[in-house]
Design a protein around this ligand. Structure first.
Ligand code: F6P
Length: 480
């Protein structure tokens, strides 16, 4: 069996389409994009699978009916899991984004540990499992995604589901020392033992997970064979693998060659009036290191006065999770910092930081990538960071310079071509900005060619194939 002929169930917190009201107040389906959708949608269209998730709307919106119509166009089924306002507050904003998210990104100080939120997280995970169990046809494998749904495998087993259940963690897995702080560490670690196959972004995440298995799960044995590792627990075998997620290289590369993108890049350059541009582009998130980036840029302007008037930072922050208090606090902090630094260095002709809080369409995104000589991507911690890979794919003239945090999952693949920095080390980050600014063309080309070749070879389609190959291998007759 292979991905050509197997019906699959994908389970993720959000569906690849959201149900929302348009400007006239009518409920509509708005398709979404992103790495997971790009990779999975063609397989789902070919095989007629089912995608289960939260449609992002209130429980009383006509999601079921609208998504049924949308499914007919998509050729795979979108199955909504209703989540009430109160549950969104406790399951999504609460336990997912104020406990697991900061803990798994090594930011213990941001964590809340609230038993009520945990209970709701369990209830909503159970509901996801119930909707999934109803949608299962025959031996279809189930593929659960990410930290909002850690317990779905456990509840599916409780409902008697014997099918293969795979799990992919898109965010980092922290050290066992952090997992120790979680009051529900045993429940979560044991629940993960109910999956058949767990995928991580990096070797570091995989090692951290193994450490926690040894520490918190009794009666386990670990068995490694070439590139595969297996945890044996309760007469079950859980296969573990490392699958760094990626982007559709060809789509970004060809998009960056279009006339529309050339026009939008020209427009940005004309308006920003700086010889060179350095780009920061992130979802609003305290894991992205945006305040530290502003400070590193300020330090670069102090330390290298020749940058003043010649290099500007464009920081695009895409609104995200704005109802979570810590995200609101971050927004205020960024407004203040950008204002202070601009007040300090701006002249009649030049502004050091162009800071925008907004969504971008595809041409604008590619336009910013193309217009910027340098990308400054400095998360404090990140599962992967696809912006880094997108910037390389869009650098079609091989002349962009990537400055990348050593704490992004993407560092494992991009360290050879990027200038690597520790985002907490403002002095070195300032030096890296200056080094990128003065880098000669020959070095830029050499580095960017290496980066583009890496992203081209290891694109999102390869990520999907490699994850699915494990799934396929388990079904070969010789294995049974
Ligand atoms: O894995 C991180 C992630 O959950 C992505 O899947 C998603 O695109 C992003 O964070 C934003 O998530 P949300 O808006 O659903 O909280």
């Amino acid at each position: 069996m292979n991905d050509e002929n197997r019906h699959m169930l994908v389970v993720s917190n959000r569906l690849p389409a959201a149900v929302d009201q348009d400007s006239d107040g009518n409920w509509k389906v708005f398709p979404s994009s992103g790495g997971l959708v790009t990779a999975m949608a063609p397989v789902m269209r070919r095989n007629g699978g089912t995608w289960i998730g939260w449609p992002g709307c209130p429980k009383d919106a006509p999601a079921e009916e609208l998504l049924r119509e949308h499914s007919e166009q998509e050729r795979f089924t979108l199955k909504p899991v209703p989540v009430s306002e109160d549950e969104v507050a406790k399951y999504y904003r609460g336990f997912s984004n104020q406990t697991i998210w900061p803990l798994f990104h090594d930011l213990l100080g941001y964590c809340e540990f609230d038993a009520d939120q945990w209970e709701t997280y369990c209830e909503v995970n159970r509901r996801f499992a119930e909707v999934t169990a109803e949608a299962i046809q025959g031996s279809s494998p189930v593929w659960v995604h990410d930290y909002q749904l850690l317990l779905v495998g456990r509840y599916l087993r409780e409902l008697g589901v014997q099918n293969d259940i795979d799990f992919f963690l898109h965010i980092p897995f922290p050290s066992s020392d952090l997992i120790r702080r979680l009051p529900w560490r045993r429940e979560i670690m044991y629940a993960l033992m109910d999956y058949d196959h767990i995928g991580f972004q990096t070797r570091h995440d995989y090692r951290n997970f193994m450490q926690s298995v040894r520490m918190f799960v009794e009666d386990t044995r670990v068995h490694s064979k070439r590139n595969h590792s297996f945890v044996l627990h309760n007469e079950r075998t859980i296969e573990l693998g490392i699958y760094p997620i990626s982007i559709d290289f060809k789509e970004f590369d060809s998009g960056a060659r279009s006339q529309e993108v050339a026009d939008s890049a020209w427009y940005f350059r004309e308006n920003l009036r700086s010889d060179k541009l350095v780009l920061g582009l992130d979802r609003l998130d305290y894991t992205k290191g945006i305040p530290e980036r502003f400070l590193a840029f300020e330090r670069a302007l102090e330390k290298y006065p020749e940058l003043r008037g010649h290099l500007a930072l464009i920081q695009v922050v895409v609104p995200s999770r704005v109802t979570v208090p810590q995200y609101q606090g971050l927004k205020e902090q960024l407004d203040q910092l950008a204002g202070r630094i601009n007040g300090r260095f701006s002249t009649d002709r030049w502004i050091p930081i162009h800071y925008m809080f907004r969504h971008l369409n595809r041409n604008q995104l590619l336009g910013y990538y193309k217009a910027s000589e340098i990308a400054l991507i400095t998360p404090l911690r990140d599962g992967m960071n696809l912006v880094a890979k997108e910037y390389c794919a869009a650098s079609i003239e091989n002349n962009g310079v990537l400055i990348l945090s050593e704490f992004a999952g993407a560092a494992d693949q991009l360290a050879q071509g990027a200038l690597m920095v520790n985002p907490y080390d403002l002095e070195r980050a300032a030096d890296a900005i200056f080094a990128a600014y003065i880098m000669d063309d020959e070095e830029k080309t050499r580095r960017m060619k290496a980066l583009r070749s890496e992203v081209r070879r290891n694109d999102v389609h390869k990520w999907l194939r490699q994850f699915m190959e494990k799934e396929t291998r388990r079904h070969r007759p010789s294995q049974t």
